[in-house]
Write a protein that binds this ligand. Sequence first.
Ligand code: FES
Length: 190
Amino acid sequence: MARSVVLMSGLIGVGLAIPIVGSFVPSGNLGKGSWAPLDAAEWQTLQTTTTKPVKISFLLKSKDAYLPEQVSHEYVWGIKVAPAKFQAVRPDLFVKGGPASVGYPPINLGFVLFSPICPHLGCRYNWDGPSNKFLCPCHGSVYTLLGEHIAGPAPRGLDPLPLKEQNGTAEVTWIHYETMTPDRIIISYQ
Ligand code: FES
């Protein structure tokens, strides 16, 4: 059954002449995280955008023991990059069991989704087209397109989030990581 789903995905991709990636679901432990569908049009834009990031929105649903389900608008930064290149510039993410690694594949068949939260103190950083860098307005941390930290007080590079794609539909799991530490420590899924 799984093989036939993957085959169908490939046939549909060829038919539409869109470079849709194959199906892939991260196998790592995502804890309490749940999957949220990414905006379809913005996800399609990412398929053909190779030199700059694409802001991709989604609805984040959260719930605790006392309140009804809350829904908020969130976004991630999507990057299209060759897996080997990404691994070469962000090796800390790929050290199995390492303190800065993540418990899921940080890149999915050529796509990375970065959390929009700056690892310094949690501000939202932005893409600056003229410099081709991500800039944080709060204390001046600077990151490359692939999330390398190159200036400012941030203790690590940008944090990738889990991505899965099936039959042309992409989903993300939101994870809030601890700031002010070189390690990637999960704080919450909200
Ligand atoms: S919160 Fe981004 S540099 Fe301080």
